[in-house]
Design a protein around this ligand. Structure first.
Ligand code: MRU
Length: 353
């Protein structure tokens, strides 16, 4: 069974409302940029790569209907800036916006409005396939790298949040590595954290694992260190929302403590992310803007209050793992790099942000 977070046909876009998973499978029509902005903000669609793809596809839907009239470049620029502001930590939407605006500006030198719309739509539609292809490469590189440390045995890995088909155009990043290990017949088990407060692990990663027959065990976030000690974990593999020049990595809150626990237990810690999640314009993780989300995400679950009324809440959605703790490497579609190698490996391959 293939899970589809995004359904796109010429001029029409639907997203799977991930707030309703795993109990209901409901696809919602996204008719344009504002609807995509709201869906991203509400986390109906989430995951750094999926946010960028849905944002850009919503623009394609509007362009297909002739939006922007005689000045499509202004419409494209304003729409993309708006979409980028929905969730600030993940870099993928900002990067896609930057590249697309530059592309549209260049195209506008030679093309009329109609032709420009067509070429921008083609650029956007290509994102879906590019993302899946990149994720398959990440899966393969990551699996080979992990297995190079354990030549014969099957491995157990631990992952955090959801980085699978639901967070990308398909296959996934960290969960793509897990998929590749499973496809090679070398995955003993994946341990997935619940991932409070939004439960992307228990609702989404667990859902993908069950749907695809991947051997998986759910743990609460607070069981991670114990699991590392007791369950012969060979690697911790997580995704990323932004990897900066020195390798510091912003990812779903809780990642940092996993990296500390992995270091204590001598377990290699990997970040799996496409190069589009890397941001060489920032030198260190201190410069990353961390999204702080509403208190209700902690004080209730599905609208049911679970905390003492009146308690103050701090709800940062992401944390930054220092590069020194990323001991396994950063797995990209171009290969696996130590944090110290990343900048040189990507220089010249990424557009400046
Ligand atoms: C594949 S995106 C990186 C993930 O590890 C993770 O941080 C993520 O899914 C993003 O979180 P979310 O807040 O659900 O959009």
């Amino acid at each position: 069974m293939t899970l589809e977070a995004i359904r796109y046909g010429t001029g029409s876009l639907q997203i799977l409302n991930q707030l309703l998973l795993p109990h209901q499978t409901v696809y919602e029509e996204i008719r344009g940029v504002q609807a995509a902005y709201e869906a991203i903000k509400a986390m109906k669609v989430r995951g750094a790569p999926a946010i960028a793809i849905v944002g850009c596809l919503s623009l394609a839907v509007e362009l297909r209907a002739g939006a922007g009239g005689d000045d499509p470049v202004t419409f494209i620029r304003e729409s993309l800036c708006h979409l980028t502001s929905a969730r600030p930590t993940a870099v993928n939407m900002g990067r896609a916006a930057r590249e697309l605006i530059e592309f549209a500006e260049n195209e506008s030198m030679e093309k009329n409005s109609e032709q420009l719309r067509e070429s921008v739509i083609a650029w956007i539609e290509d994102m879906l396939q590019r993302d899946v292809n990149d994720n398959k490469k990440i899966g393969n590189y990551g699996a080979q790298h992990i297995l190079s440390g354990v030549p014969r045995d099957s491995v157990s890995v631990l992952t955090h949040c959801n980085t699978g088909s639901l967070a990308t155009a398909g296959y996934g990043t960290a969960l793509g590595v897990v998929r590749s290990l499973h496809a090679l017949g070398r995955l003993k088990r994946v341990y997935c954290t619940e991932t409070r407060p939004y439960n992307q692990g228990s609702r989404l990663t667990a859902y993908e694992a069950v749907a695809e027959g991947i051997p998986a065990t759910l743990i609460t976030d607070s069981m991670a260190a114990l699991t590392m000690r007791e369950m012969a974990i060979s690697a911790v593999v997580v995704g990323a929302d932004r990897v900066v020049a020195n390798g510091d990595t912003a990812n779903k809150v809780g990642t940092y403590q996993l990296a500390i626990a992995a270091k204590h237990h001598g377990i290699p810690f990997y970040v799996a992310a496409p190069s589009t999640s890397c941001d060489l314009s920032l030198e260190s993780g201190r410069d990353i803007i961390i999204e702080v989300r509403p208190p209700e995400e902690l004080t209730s679950i599905n609208g049911l209050p679970i905390a003492a009324p009146g308690i103050e809440v701090w709800n940062p959605a992401f944390d930054v793992t220092p590069h020194q703790l990323i001991t396994g490497g950063i797995i990209t579609e171009l290969g696996v790099f130590l944090p110290s190698e990343l900048q040189a490996a990507l220089t010249g391959r990424l557009t400046a942000l």
